[in-house]
Design a protein around this ligand. Structure first.
Ligand code: ADP
Ligand code: MG
Length: 236
């Protein structure tokens, strides 16, 4: 049985896809068999960050009912298996999002660790992904709007009985206007399991379609994500 972890956020653009891609690679480097699925079907971009864009069969085809989930699993970097959603609007239009729950439970049977790159917010697909997962990681930025939106996700997770592993505070610069990890923990009432600094290498790596952990393994963001992966596999 797989360990299924939804990676979600309240606000958009906090760093879910970056986290999913890099955490997947880091966990794989710790010897885990990891699959990552792009459940943000309307704004899919995991495949770009992981450098596997343009694959013929995607989650959208599976959701359209024309293909089996097994045919949408591809070998990505560092041995991570990736289920891309397909970035084209046409493929999105064919998809029937109401099938996501069924597809996720079928995919779980194939995995050891399944990371779900969720859409932002608490819309239908986000809710499906969060309730399908056993565990939730919430990615926030150190600003009040991000935290206030994240609160809603935490409360939804509690309602559907998905365990909140904790929050990752991403894009931390130590600017005095930022909320501290301690205040975020107090507001959200969940543990802070990772603090990832603002790092220009994140964007540079994404532009090359290579997760930062592989392109700049010594960079500050990579180190923070590797540390988090070590914690998750119990090596720290
Ligand atoms: P989401 O999936 O939550 O919408 P992304 O992972 O796509 O967010 O990240 C949004 C943007 O922020 C991207 O341009 C990404 O390169 C950038 N980004 C994410 N994390 C960091 C970081 N730690 N440092 C700098 N830029 C980052
Ligand atoms: Mg994303």
């Amino acid at each position: 049985m797989a360990i299924t972890i939804a990676v979600a956020s309240g606000k958009g653009g906090t760093g879910k896809t970056t986290t999913c891609a890099n955490l997947a690679v880091a966990l794989s480097q710790f010897g885990k068999e990891v699959t990552v699925i792009d459940a943000d079907i309307s704004m899919a971009n995991l495949e770009l960050v992981m450098g596997i864009e343009g694959r013929p069969i995607t989650l959208n085809d599976v959701l359209a009912g024309t293909h089996d989930i097994k045919s949408a699993i591809y070998e990505g970097p560092a041995g991570v298996k990736v289920v891309p959603a397909g970035v084209s609007l046409d493929s999105f239009k064919k998809a029937r999002p109401e099938r996501l729950l069924e597809v996720l439970s079928k995919l779980e049977e194939e995995c050891e660790i399944l990371l779900i790159d969720c859409p932002a917010g608490i819309g239908k697909e986000a809710l499906t992904a969060i309730s399908a997962a056993e565990q939730l990681i919430i990615v926030v930025n150190p600003e009040i709007s991000s935290i206030s939106d994240a609160l809603k996700v935490v409360s939804i997770a509690n309602r559907v009985e998905t365990n909140v592993l904790g929050a990752i505070v991403n894009r931390v610069t130590e600017d005095s206007s930022e909320l501290s990890a301690r205040s975020i923990e107090t507001i959200l009432e969940v543990p802070i399991i990772g603090i990832v600094p603002e790092d220009p290498n994140v964007r540079r790596s994404s532009a090359f379609g290579v997760p930062i952990i592989l392109k700049h393994s010594d960079s500050i963001a990579s180190q923070a994500i590797i540390e988090l992966a070590a914690k998750l596999v119990g090596k720290k």
